[in-house]
Design a protein around this ligand. Sequence first.
Ligand code: MN
Length: 483
Amino acid sequence: MQVTFEEFINLVKAYNPDEVEIITKAYRFAEECHKGQHRESGEPYIIHPLAVAWILANMHADRDTVCAGLLHDVVEDCDVTLEQISREFNPKIAELVDGVTNLTQVDFKSKTERDYANKNKIILGISKDARIVVIKLADRLHNLLTLQYKSQEKRIKKAAETMQFYAPLARYIGAEVLRRKLEDLSFKFLNPEGYVETSKIISDYSNQTQLSTNQMMIDIHRLLEDEKVPHALKLRIKSVYSVYQRIKDGGKIENLHDFLAIKLLVESKKECYNALGLVHSLYPPMPKTFKDYISQPKPNMYSSIHTTVFGPELVAVQMQIRTHEMEKINLQGLTAYWDLFQGKAVDVMQEILRDKYHFIQSVKELSRIMKNSQDFVQGFEQNVIGDKVAIYDGEHQVFVSAGSTAIDYAYSRGQEIGDRLDSVFVNGQQVDVSTVFEQGDRVHLILSEYPHGPLPGWEHISTTVQAQVSIRRGMRKKYAIHQ
Ligand code: MN
């Protein structure tokens, strides 16, 4: 990715003409600071912050975010202080730069300890300003795009860290386009043969099914036009890494019910359901593939109707029916709000992070239980941004970490609930408290009247860091009382 300053500033002009001056100033400032520094590729260092700012400007990021993108490495790599940035620009930009600046004190015992401390800092920063995560993701994306210049050891480390932390973060904030890029780039470095093989399987099968999917798009378009439903159609192909994960254990691409997907975009929620009926009138649906993420969005606010149908030649194609606005949020997540809310975007992002994602509460809760950076970051990776399954507790849909048992779920609701767990009913049957919950399970915990504390062995049955820490704490308390 090679971007010139002219291309960048033209992009800024197109959506934010009033801020060209300060953004140009930030560019000149960064250029001056990084003078004489080079990337591993041998190019002047400034190409990196410029590329990061370019990625941000493509999301129509606000002025302060774009400036922070340009300035994101000056504190770490040059002799610039945050006070200077605050004075030259504004305190908000200095705060954003601070949020993405790595800790460089020398008193860490190991690199691992420093890495955890840095992630800890990022997570706490996001609680205060969601834009920090976006700058961090743009930074990581450009670093991955230029990873071929790093040593093999560094490549593997960066790619693995991206899979573990940054890609799940991107998914968490709903930034799917970013997540796909981060995952596929990392996958390419972690497993080059797997990447090449999977890409070939994808292109072969896409070619093989092209006539069917084209025909479907024509037929659906005609029917909706006859019914006077304004719409747009797009073909979406699953990412290399997602396909790899699904076929690596011997699965066949033609058996994936969602490898090929046609997005059907309409204007309103009501038209989504109307369009669903029309699609089913054309093609028979595959049983058990219907999902209504409009009435029950995913935790990252992904909204759509899914139904897999059999098209011409009986090719399985997933129909993803949604409105244009849902599509924008599904692809861009929080970063869509720069366009949708303009000047109010920052407040809306923070509000959503707090009230819809419960991010701030989860982080607070975690930092209360997890006293060191490593536990905290691992707990965060698992409980906050890790894979989730939806279960039902009474009337309520609850998202729990994938792999959770009744013990994990009980402790995720609080120390006291965990310490009172007696038994559990799943889908009306009493099962062992070590049973792993599955998507859609109806769960009912039976609690004792008084806390009896964790039972011996629970620590090893539980799968989440949060439960394990709570169990250890419960054990210490129980042991102290019984002494
Ligand atoms: Mn950087």
